[in-house]
Ligand binder design. Structure first.
Ligand SMILES: NC(=O)C1=CN([C@@H]2O[C@H](COP(=O)(O)OP(=O)(O)OC[C@H]3O[C@@H](n4cnc5c(N)ncnc54)[C@H](O)[C@@H]3O)[C@@H](O)[C@H]2O)C=CC1
Ligand SMILES: O=C(O)[C@H]1OC(=O)[C@H](O)[C@@H](O)[C@@H]1O
Length: 270
């Protein structure tokens, strides 16, 4: 599919910052959007400071684009009301704006954390049932369901990228399985934007890590380049970490993580 004009939401964040340069290199027009101010970094980039608070706000931004890469949202465990507002209603605003304006393709930032309660000894594919590792993962299950609905019912082309751990380099044992390098992040997003024949696709975006938990099939036609194993000798405790057979979400999948970040203070009876 030919893609010339793309709207990138959440462009000021970790993932957005990694994507702006490679997208500018490949596109005629990149519209980078965030609630915080941005500065255009090239002649083919336009920046917009906007709060994606409703369908109308998004409609005004996406009119005339070929595709949207939707990253804006809450990227970790938080109270459910905040996650539903930012991640579920936010994705709905984007999908509905795309439907109304005829934007053909929407790439949604999903997360590996929607399967984070699967054991690390299992290889999980997009066909494996979700086992979210927290309320954040639940919000991504709903985001993917919205994407599916808009593909099935209204014919939008929707790709949900289940992003691993985007880091400049792996720095902890879990990253040996979950790392997504900046180079591979750009590769997956470009494939998600251009893969022909898509109706709805969910795919893990993870580097070609020897110890990865997720199936790297060819559904997006992108073969990741990097392998976290190259960094293994700089990461102490990896052998013990994997021998303990943690859940795929690691510390994120513990009850305490959700009690602290999603449900507030630990209850006094614990
Ligand atoms: N960083 C990672 O390794 C992973 C990220 N993801 C997903 O990728 C997406 C981006 O993640 P990060 O870049 O790490 O998060 P981030 O917090 O660094 O960036 C999110 C950006 O979205 C903006 N934003 C949030 N709500 C907005 C709104 N209503 N209107 C306008 N702008 C808004 C924020 O200002 C921020 O710049 C999220 O959806 C996250 O769930 C998924 C898996 C892993
Ligand atoms: O699984 C992980 O490591 C990552 O997953 C996510 O979805 C989060 O947005 C990111 O902050 C985590 O680091």
């Amino acid at each position: 599919m030919t893609v010339e004009s793309v709207v990138l939401t959440g462009a000021a964040g970790n993932v957005g910052s990694v994507l702006r340069a490679p997208l500018r290199e490949r596109l005629r027009r990149l519209v980078s959007v965030d609630r915080v101010p941005l500065t255009a970094e090239g002649p083919n980039e336009e920046v917009r400071q906007a709060e994606l608070g409703g369908v109308e706000d998004v409609t005004a931004l996406v009119e005339g684009a070929d595709a949207i890469v939707h990253l804006a949202g809450v990227p970790d465990e938080a109270p459910l009301a905040d996650l539903l507002h930012a991640n579920v209603l936010g994705a709905h605003h984007v999908l509905e704006a795309a439907r109304r304006t005829g934007v053909r393709r929407v790439v949604l930032a999903s997360s590996n954390r929607l399967t984070g309660c699967h054991p690390s000894t299992e290889t999980v594919s997009p066909e494996t049932p979700p086992r979210p590792d927290g309320l954040y993962g639940v919000s991504k299950v709903a985001l993917e369901a919205l994407g599916r609905l808009y593909a099935d019912k209204f014919g939008l082309e929707v790709v949900c990228l289940r992003i691993g751990s985007l880091e400049p380099a792996p720095s902890e044992p879990r990253h040996l399985a979950t790392w997504l390098s900046p180079y591979d992040c750009a590769g997956f997003v470009w494939a998600a934007l251009t893969r022909p024949g898509v109706t709805f696709t969910a795919a893990y975006a993870v580097s070609a890590n020897t110890r990865r938990f997720w199936d790297l099939d060819d559904r997006l036609g992108y073969r990741p380049r990097d392998d976290a194993e190259t960094y293994a000798d700089r990461i102490p405790g990896a052998a013990e970490y994997f021998a303990a057979k943690p859940l795929q979400g690691g510390a994120y999948a513990t009850a305490d993580y959700t009690l602290r970040h999603g449900l507030g203070e630990l209850p006094s009876h614990r």
